[in-house]
Ligand binder design. Structure first.
Ligand code: 6GU
Length: 242
């Protein structure tokens, strides 16, 4: 299993949504800077641009009955085909759904290796399942259904923000000091083979509202400090499993 991120071309991220404004945070902070510095490319597409008729409808009632509406296959296929035709690479199509595989750090590393990710943000009762089936049959696509946890959101937009934030920070050149990727919680890099969470951190002042920074961190003894941090990491990780 290689966790090193090796990319031949600039990674491209496409997001398809009926609420493009929901993805506005992708212009902020680390992700926004990576776009400005042209380390990555992100484009947001309005699904309705690919819907027909005066009402630009993107949904319909479910076959078999039941509550809610289902997103129609054709606008999705038109949007996905249009986006894919702009790039010759293999495409990773990510369909956001609470019925998908739970997102984790291992998946973040895998997605950070890909040249082209397309995020399909479904709403309502989801997307006509034939969209998944259709692109699974194509050799140009890998299709993944992903969930970010065991709760229900109104759509895939926020899940896309979560996944993009986890993935993009792993791309070389996005984070100034890559060593910080090794020490953090859930890291699969460096010496964190047991997938420990991070130890607690403190900064100045040494006393604050009656609370002292642990004395060992002021000792200057690097061996003692490393041992204390490793013990804290193990204790925190153990506590999470309770
Ligand atoms: Cl990816 N989508 C929706 N609608 N709800 C979710 C989710 C995704 N992940 C967890 N809950």
């Amino acid at each position: 299993m290689s966790l090193e991120v090796n990319l031949l071309s600039k990674p491209r991220f496409d997001v398809i949504s009926i609420f493009p404004e929901y993805l506005a945070p992708l212009s902020l902070s680390l992700v926004g800077k990576a776009r400005e510095n042209e380390v990555i490319e992100i484009a947001v597409t309005d699904l309705r641009d690919f819907a027909e008729g005066v009402h630009r409808s993107v949904d319909d009632t479910p076959y078999g009955g039941g509550a809610g509406m289902v997103m129609s296959a054709e606008p999705w296929a038109k949007a996905i085909d249009s986006i894919a035709s702009e790039r010759s690479s293999h495409h990773e199509l990510i369909i956001l759904t609470p019925a998908g595989k739970r997102f984790n750090q291992q998946m973040a590393y895998e997605l950070a290796q890909r040249d082209h990710l397309i995020f399909a943000c479904g709403r309502y009762e989801g997307i006509d399942y034939r969209v998944t089936e259709h692109y699974r049959e194509s050799p140009d696509f890998t299709v993944r259904e992903i969930s970010i946890g065991d709760y229900v959101l109104n759509g895939g937009e926020v899940a896309t923000l979560v996944i993009l934030e986890a993935v993009i920070r792993l791309i070389p050149g996005v984070i100034g000091n890559p060593a910080s990727l090794e020490e953090e919680s859930h890291s699969l890099l460096g010496e964190n083979e047991e997938q420990l969470v991070e130890y607690p951190s403190f900064t100045k002042p040494a006393q604050w509202r009656g609370l002292d920074v642990p004395a060992v961190l002021l000792s200057g003894n690097h061996g003692e400090i490393a041992r204390w941090r490793a013990e804290e990491s193990m204790a925190r990780t153990k506590k999470l499993a309770e």
